[in-house]
Design a protein around this ligand. Structure first.
Ligand code: NI
Length: 191
């Protein structure tokens, strides 16, 4: 199986709305499996299809923490069907916004409905990091990045730095040095 290249912001494909999956067929299962492998290799704890340039409503996640261990979760057409009034703030990062982190406020608990890898409809109650991660990944399917939840001033600063870093890497690549993939510092914050 192939590792898929991960797009980084700013990239117009990350701002697009993804289309629902009609059926979870062999192509969708293959996409899920490759996304999962790509996410583990990055490393991160969540990945959405538009991050690998595929505008389909597919996300994968795997939370492994003391309070919550999910194992691999593969979801097609995930949607939030219930959200708590209570909010929580978590320092989020993203494989498409490498090396930048920011506190984002979201509902503390959500219920997500989705199709699993076998195309079976499931519902899952999520809280803690799992709730944050599911909402972050579903945002990706609507062209929303965590930096869209913070101030425009901070967002633009991060986007400028990302562009500068990309140009520096391209220059290094042109000089024959290996273009390094991003150094994700803390996978627990890389959603
Ligand atoms: Ni992300």
């Amino acid at each position: 199986m192939a590792l898929l290249p991960i797009l980084t912001a700013p990239d117009p494909r990350l701002k697009k709305k993804s289309k629902p999956v009609e059926t979870v067929d062999a192509d969708v299962r293959r996409l899920m499996d490759e996304m999962l492998e790509t996410m583990y290799a990055a490393p991160g704890i969540g990945l959405a299809a538009p991050q690998v340039g595929v505008l389909k409503r597919v996300i994968v996640l795997d939370i492994d923490r003391e309070e919550v261990k999910t194992g691999p979760l593969l979801m097609a057409n995930p949607e939030i069907v219930e959200a708590s009034d209570e909010d929580v703030s978590y320092e989020e990062g993203c494989l498409s916004v490498p090396e930048h982190y920011s506190e984002v406020v979201r509902p503390a608990k959500v219920k997500v409905r989705y199709l699993d890898r076998d195309g079976v409809a499931q519902e899952m109650a999520c809280e803690g990091l799992l709730a944050t991660c599911v909402q972050h990944e579903i945002d990706h399917l609507d062209g929303i990045l965590f930096i869209d939840h913070i101030s425009a001033l901070k967002r633009n600063m991060i986007l400028r730095k990302l562009l500068k870093a990309r140009k520096e890497k391209e220059r290094e690549g042109a000089e024959g040095k290996p273009a390094s993939i991003h150094e994700a510092t803390d996978p627990a914050h890389t959603l």
